[in-house]
Design a protein around this ligand. Structure first.
Ligand code: ATP
Length: 447
């Protein structure tokens, strides 16, 4: 390859700008010549014409990879790897290795070689410790006739604690859209079943909330239970996973059964992506069975979910199995943004309730604390109170909390939502499945 061949290709493209194979060849040549930023620019132009072209997407991913734009490359590789195309799996493995996730990298690499052994790469095999003659399954072990899957711990039974929350929507600052959605989709069908029946609307399905950490997803789920005086079961992935194949599914079933037996009950799955993730730490096939179990419990065909309100949350919706999003399952997927000025003022007010106050200007403080999550704001209040206590111990007099105290405390607390948006932006731009992340783009003013 040399400049002359690139020039010739360019001329050919000028004559036939709609020739997809020519574009692919052109970008391959650019990549082979190490012109990565140029390749990136031009592949984007080609992708605008053929957004689903696998070769072009792989080319874009490779140009990112070679320029060290790892986050962008990873998003594309992850999406392509879902299709199981061996070259995409190899790319994914390289990026995972670069990100320090050697275990998953090795798994993706093995999957690629199972399909196309010609893609074996000595360097990658060595770094991942994958023996080329042993691509068979090494993850499962048979003990006492039961198959043990890698990862996960043993547990016996899954009896969950049922809370009776005393908080309601009034204790949750902002989040008006999400509250409204929860009212319509799950509270009213419970409190006004006849109206819903009259309109032929069936209750069922759940709401999935996603967004940066600490912005009130768990808090709102708990408040939903408080709002309708229902029980509340918070399920984390460690409550479900078990190292014995089949036991995780049974755990999940027992948890649903417990909710059904205690209706009305809000069943809340935190980090639900971990349950259905293509990146779960379990063997691929074991993971699939758990997802299927979860979906059949959600569908409520075999057992009725009447009176069971299902909410779930994730900070990483991009790792969620797409089957979760079908109608009747999590057909409402809601972006929970960080609180805006007004909500921040409200959250500060909520968390200082009952404390000695010197009439702090919450609106002013709220405006100043852009990017702070609800959890960050709670931490600001905690720090400010501690500081006041320290002073009171010295002076012997308790002094009330001022605006300045809050702003000073905020200096010690970094807003935590920015990092999440840096990742989410990449998914929203490069892997926006059917507009799933349009709300994120709108929030970032990119749409
Ligand atoms: P993660 O994704 O990390 O699980 P999350 O979105 O579920 O986070 P929560 O655990 O609900 O966030 O929030 C942490 C704490 O921050 C809550 O217990 C609550 O005290 C406070 N908080 C967050 N958002 C709000 C809010 N809108 N109103 C009042 N308090 C809030």
């Amino acid at each position: 390859m040399n400049d002359a061949s690139l020039k010739a290709l360019r001329e050919a493209l000028a004559h036939s700008p709609d020739n997809a194979p020519l574009w692919r060849h052109h970008s391959e040549t650019q990549l082979a010549m190490g012109r990565f930023d140029e390749a990136e620019r031009e592949i984007r132009v080609a992708l605008a014409k053929w957004p689903e072209d696998l070769e072009l997407k792989l080319g874009l991913c490779s140009s990112f990879y070679r320029q060290g734009k790892n986050a962008e490359a990873l998003v594309i590789a992850e999406a392509l790897a879902k299709s199981g195309v061996p070259r995409a799996l190899i790319m994914h493995a390289r990026l995972l290795l670069r990100a320090g996730n050697a275990e998953l990298a090795a798994r993706q690499y093995r999957r690629a070689l199972d399909d196309d052994p010609k893609l074996a790469d000595d360097d990658l095999s060595e770094r991942l410790g994958v023996r080329l003659d042993a691509a068979e399954d090494e993850d499962a072990e048979i003990v006492d006739g039961r198959v043990r899957a890698q990862g996960g711990e043993t547990k016996s039974g899954a009896a969950m604690e049922i809370e009776r929350p005393s908080v309601g929507f009034a204790d949750v600052g902002g989040m008006e859209n999400v509250k409204e959605e929860i009212r319509l989709k799950i509270i009213y069908p419970l409190t006004h079943p006849e109206v819903y029946k009259a309109y032929g609307k069936q209750a069922g399905g759940g709401i999935l909330m996603y967004g940066p950490p600490g912005c009130g997803k768990t808090h709102l789920a708990r408040a939903t239970a408080g709002e309708v005086k229902a029980g509340f079961i918070a399920v984390g992935i460690s409550d479900v996973l078990d190292m014995w194949i089949g036991q995780s599914e049974r755990n999940l079933h027992e948890i649903f059964e417990q909710a059904r037996a205690s209706k009305p009950c809000v069943l809340f799955f935190d980090e639900v992506d971990a349950l259905g993730a293509s990146r779960t730490d379990m063997r691929q096939s074991a993971g699939r069975q758990l997802i299927n179990q979860f979906l059949s419990e959600l569908d409520g065909v075999q057992y009725s979910n009447e009176g069971v309100l299902i909410l779930a949350a994730t900070n990483a919706p991009w790792h969620l199995d797409s089957a979760f999003r079908r109608p009747g399952r999590f057909d409402r997927i809601i972006f929970v943004p960080p609180p805006d000025d007004v909500a921040r003022a409200e959250i500060l007010r909520l968390h200082t309730r009952g404390k000695p106050l010197a009439d702090p200007d919450f609106e002013h403080a709220g405006k100043k604390l852009d990017g702070f999550s609800g959890a960050d704001l709670k931490a600001v209040v905690d720090v400010a109170i501690e500081e006041k206590l320290r002073e009171a111990m010295k002076t012997g007099k308790p002094a009330p909390l001022t605006t300045k105290d809050l702003l000073n405390a905020a200096k010690k607390q970094k807003p935590s939502t920015k990092e999440w948006f840096a990742t989410a932006k990449n998914y929203a731009l490069y892997s926006n499945q059917g507009g799933l992340y349009d709300d994120v783009l709108r929030h970032l003013k990119l749409k």
